[in-house]
Design a protein around this ligand. Structure first.
Ligand code: ADP
Ligand code: G3P
Length: 495
């Protein structure tokens, strides 16, 4: 019997299924865009049933593409967009509300009031969860559903409802309701999980008024999560991690000080800090990097909410481009001295500013400004936001970051990667396989299922291209100063 591993990534913009062969080589991938809706400004939702239907469709598509039979798949690994919330009925499996996305800011006021009214809450949240009080995380989204969907709270208290982040929702569906479970990395993004004691935090459950009965079990990222039932086959799910932690692992960042940036819908920069919990003084999050092989590794994280999503806005909103990849040639040919800045604070600003009332803006426009300048400035904004986070990371960790590993859809953009190296003054390394998220999920599942061992996998990483900084220091600093002037003007806009 052949031993293939199926890895799933239920992301924000798109979902994927990939097959890895016995040598841990990805032999095929199927991908589909995931629809989002915005019923009101600042609200972002997905249809949870469509998420499952499309994910399963991609599983069958990749099996067909690679001509792998489902009975030859030995293990499944799952990675997923984090923080997003689904609540469903235990008996029927019917979601009682749409999936509220991590990008959704409807609970900004709840967070603002909590910070104001509950003295010591922010410090307590930081100490126990490593997070800051922000609508980004699951807690207030779950609270909102319980308070706004008719009859929800009562049903939850009666044990009739289940809560899950997207991994949990997917596992529950794949196992036909047998497993209600999550892993440490996903739990660490809910603002309800104590990352020191590794358990749901009773005090926070009380503060956010969340019934304990609706929460999933929590375990290591390499574990037996349940048996998926697909086309008559029973396949064990043996690896689960939030997408950013999966890509940290897939990039081989298993030693303290190693950092990666994933340029997807947002940018997520994570640095492994080993078994030591390091709290940030500079607006970063402390999170669980991985629970694996019996130990917990922690990470510092800078979450940037809008990155590749701004390129989608150029395509779908402004209709300036036909495809995301068009931006590379356009930016290369645009005027490097246009002085135009785009701050894509469409969903507020994440790390290191944490301002859910910030909104986007364009600055430095003149009569000469053309659409190419706007396209270039949109790409540049991803690099500036990454520098903001890396600077905070260096200050927090005391480590000098000399190079950054990159992955995710927008890391394919050579203009962006060169500008990234230039604006930070460090090396940017892009691996040959930029599908680090599914790779990380596959590695977790394959190692746990006993198909591969960690040492041989970590040696497999090959670099496609290293981008070296070419910009002089004066230009770098001048451009970066302009970025900060622009950011300042966007902050607190929607309050
Ligand atoms: N060549 C490119 N240049 C710039 N942005 C790109 C490019 N290719 C894809 N993107 C952007 O990257 C994002 C898709 O990356 P992906 O890693 O699939 O995201 P996610 O995991 O968040 O669904 C989209 O927002 C898209 O606009
Ligand atoms: O779907 P992605 O890849 O943009 O990742 C979303 C993050 O997990 C949100 O924290």
């Amino acid at each position: 019997m052949k031993q293939y591993v199926l890895a799933l990534d239920l992301g924000t913009t798109s979902l994927r299924a990939a097959i890895f062969d016995q040598k841990a080589k990805m032999i095929g991938i199927a991908q589909k865009e995931l629809k989002q809706t915005s019923p009101q400004p600042g609200w972002v939702e997905h249809d949870p049933k469509v998420m499952i239907k499309d994910q399963v469709e991609m599983i069958y598509e990749v099996l067909k593409k690679t001509k792998v039979s489902i009975s030859d798949v030995s293990a499944i690994g799952i990675s997923n967009q984090r923080e997003s919330v689904v609540v469903w009925e235990k008996r029927s499996g019917r979601p009682i509300y749409n999936c509220i996305s991590w990008q959704d800011t409807r609970t900004s006021e709840i967070c603002k009031d909590l910070k104001f009214e509950e003295e010591g809450l922010e410090a307590y949240v930081k100490e126990t969860t490593g997070l800051i009080v922000d609508p980004y995380f699951s807690a207030t989204k779950l609270q909102w559903i319980l308070d706004n969907v008719s009859g929800a709270r009562k049903k939850a208290e009666n044990g009739e409802l289940l809560f899950g982040t997207i991994d949990t929702w997917l596992i529950w569906n794949l196992t036909e309701g047998e497993s209600h479970i999550t892993d440490f990395t996903n739990a660490s993004r809910t603002m309800l999980f104590n990352i020191v004691e590794l358990k749901w935090d009773d005090e926070l459950l009380e503060k956010f008024n969340i019934p304990r009965e609706m929460l999933p079990d929590v375990t290591h990222s390499g574990y037996f999560f349940g048996t998926a039932k697909l086309a008559g086959a029973n396949i064990q799910i043996t690896g689960v991690a939030g997408d950013q932690q999966a890509s940290l692992f897939g990039q081989g960042c298993i030693e303290p000080g190693q950092a990666k940036n994933t340029y997807g819908t947002g940018c997520f920069i994570l640095m492994n800090t080993g078994e030591k919990i390091q709290y940030s003084k500079n607006g970063l999050l402390t999170t669980i990097a991985l629970g694996f092989n019996g130990k917990i590794d922690y990470a510092l994280e800078g979450s940037v909410f809008i990155a590749g999503a701004a390129v989608q806005w150029l395509r779908d909103g402004l209709k300036l481009i036909i495809s995301a990849s068009d931006t590379e040639a356009i930016a290369k040919n645009a005027n490097p001295e246009s002085g135009v800045y785009v701050v894509p604070a469409f969903a507020g600003l994440g790390a290191p500013f944490w301002d859910s009332y910030a909104r986007g803006g364009m600055f430095g426009l003149t009569r000469e400004t053309n659409q190419n300048d706007i396209i270039k400035a949109t790409l540049d904004s991803m690099a500036y936001q990454t520098r903001d986070v890396l600077q905070a990371m260096a200050a927090d960790s005391g480590l000098k970051i000399t190079h950054l590993m990159v992955d995710g859809g927008a890391s394919a953009n050579n203009y962006l990667m060169q500008f990234q190296a230039d604006i930070m003054g460090i090396l940017v390394e892009r691996p040959a396989n930029i599908e680090s998220t599914v790779t990380g999920a596959a590695y977790l599942a394959g190692i746990t299922a006993g198909i591969w061992n960690i040492d041989s996998l970590m040696n497999k990483r090959t670099i496609d291209k290293t981008f070296k900084p070419k910009m002089d220091e004066y230009t770098r600093n001048k451009l970066y100063e302009g970025w900060h002037n622009a950011v300042k003007r966007c902050m607190n806009w929607a309050r």
